[in-house]
Design a protein around this ligand. Structure first.
Ligand SMILES: N[C@@H](Cc1c[nH]c[nH+]1)C(=O)O
Length: 372
C-alpha cells in the first residue's frame, strides 16, 4: 500500500521552492538593511520558550493561538512563538533592562499559529519588525510608521497605504464620556470592528454609531472623528494622529478606521496596518503598547511586517537569472574571476549535463561568457 501521508504537509504549512526562497531572501535583506540604517539593532530569539513568559509580557496576548507542548526536560509548558514582539519585550525587560532608552531593536524569523487568519489557512509566516522601547510618544509612533513605509518600499512594494486606528478607543470612551457596563464593552468592540450598525445598537452601543462613519481617507475621517468627540476625550489622540499623518504625508496613502481592532491584541493608543498595491491582504501592522513588568510597565512602539504575500508576487514576477555554465575541464581561475564579478556559475559534473535544462543563461567558452 502507498504511504500517502508521508509526503503531505499539515494544513497551512508549506515549503518555499528556489524562486520563492530567493525572493524571500531579497525581501528579508532589503527590509533588515532599512531597519539597521535607522539604528535598529538585530536580536535573535528562540523559536520556542516558556508559555508563561510569552503570554504575560503584554496585556491582551492570546495564548490560545499558540502551539503549546510540555517540555520533557523542565516539565513546564512551552509555546512556539506566534509573535516575536513579545520575545523582544522580554529581552528589553530583562537582559537589556539597563541599556539606554530609547532602545531600538529589530528581528526576523518564522512565527507559527494554530489557526490561520480568517479565510487564510497559512499557519507559518515570516515576521520582520522593529521595536522602539522606552517611548510611545507621537514622535516614536511617527518614526515607526516612516520606517515601516521605507522598509516595504525597499522590499519592492508599490502603492503603499497605511490605515490608522485607535486600538484602545472603546476603553477610552467607555471610561467616562460614553459609559458602558463592563459586560457590554467586548460586544461593542466587536460590533465596531465588524462595522455592524444593527449589532452595535443591540449591544447597547448606540452612542458609538458615528464612529462607523469616521472611516476612509485620513483628512475627512479625522474631521468626522473630531466632530464626534465634542467632549474632547480623544483630543490628545486626534492631535497625535494628525502629527503622525503630517510626518508621513506624501510617502503613502493614508486612511483612518478608528475602531478597527482586527489583529490588535495589545496595542494602546495608536495602531496602523500597512497595505500595498497588488496584494489583497495586509502586509503588516504596528502601534504603541506597554511591556509589562515593574510597576507601570514600559512604553514602547513597533511594527511587524508579514511579507509572505508580497514575496509570492515578487517570486511570480521572477526576474532573469544569469547563470554561467562551466563545461568539464574549464579554467578554474577564470571561473573564480567570473564569480568575483557577480556571476553565478554552475559546473558540469559529467558530459551529459545540459546547460539549458539546468537553467543556465550563458556558457563559458574560451574564457568568455557566451549567451545560450
Ligand atoms: N507584533 C504585532 C505588531 C506590533 C509590533 N510592535 C507593536 N505592534 C503584530 O504582529 O500584530
Amino acid at each position: 500500500m502507498q504511504d500517502t501521508d508521508r509526503d503531505l504537509l499539515p494544513e497551512g504549512l508549506g515549503d518555499r521552492l528556489p524562486q520563492q526562497a530567493a525572493a524571500s531572501q531579497r525581501v528579508r535583506r532589503a527590509v533588515l538593511d532599512v531597519m539597521a540604517g535607522h539604528g535598529y539593532e538585530r536580536v535573535e530569539t528562540p523559536t520556542i520558550e516558556f508559555e508563561k513568559s510569552m503570554a504575560s509580557r503584554m496585556a491582551g496576548v492570546q495564548v490560545r493561538r499558540m502551539f503549546r507542548l510540555v517540555d520533557p526536560v523542565s516539565l513546564r509548558t512551552l509555546a512556539l512563538r506566534s509573535d516575536i514582539t513579545m520575545q523582544v519585550g522580554r529581552v528589553a525587560a530583562t537582559t537589556l533592562a539597563a541599556a539606554a532608552r530609547p532602545l531600538r531593536l529589530c528581528y526576523a524569523g518564522q512565527v507559527v499559529t494554530i489557526k490561520g487568519d480568517g479565510l487564510d489557512p497559512t499557519r507559518e509566516r515570516l515576521q520582520i519588525g522593529v521595536e522602539l522601547i522606552g517611548s510611545d510618544s507621537e514622535a516614536a509612533a511617527a518614526e515607526i510608521v516612516e520606517v515601516a513605509i521605507e522598509s516595504l518600499r525597499a522590499a519592492g512594494a508599490t502603492g503603499i497605504s497605511v490605515d490608522f486606528t485607535l486600538p484602545d478607543l472603546v476603553d477610552a470612551l467607555s471610561a467616562e464620556a460614553l459609559p458602558l457596563a463592563a459586560s457590554q464593552v467586548e460586544d461593542v468592540r466587536q460590533m465596531l470592528d465588524a462595522k455592524d450598525a444593527g449589532g452595535l445598537v443591540d449591544a447597547g452601543g448606540e452612542a458609538y454609531l458615528p464612529l462607523l462613519y469616521a472611516v476612509g481617507p485620513f483628512d475627512t475621517a479625522i474631521e468626522r472623528l473630531a466632530e464626534f468627540d465634542r467632549l474632547g476625550v480623544l483630543a490628545g489622540r486626534i492631535a497625535g494622529l494628525r502629527a503622525i499623518a503630517a510626518r508621513v504625508d506624501g510617502k503613502a496613502r493614508l486612511t483612518l478606521d478608528p475602531s478597527e481592532r482586527h489583529g490588535f491584541e495589545y496595542q494602546s493608543w495608536f495602531g496602523f496596518t500597512v497595505y500595498a498595491e497588488g496584494v489583497s491582504c495586509s502586509l503588516g501592522r504596528g502601534g504603541t503598547y506597554r511591556i509589562l513588568g515593574g510597576q507601570e510597565g514600559e512604553p514602547a512602539g513597533g511594527f511587524s511586517l508579514y511579507p509572505d504575500p508580497l514575496i509570492e508576487v515578487l517570486a511570480a514576477e521572477g526576474g532573469e537569472r544569469k547563470v554561467l555554465f562551466l563545461p568539464l575541464g574549464h579554467d578554474k581561475q577564470i571561473a573564480e574571476r567570473q564569480r568575483a564579478i557577480g556571476w553565478t556559475t554552475l559546473a558540469a559534473l559529467s558530459e551529459s549535463d545540459d546547460p539549458v535544462a539546468l537553467g543556465c543563461s550563458h556558457r563559458l567558452e574560451n574564457g568568455e561568457a557566451i549567451p545560450l
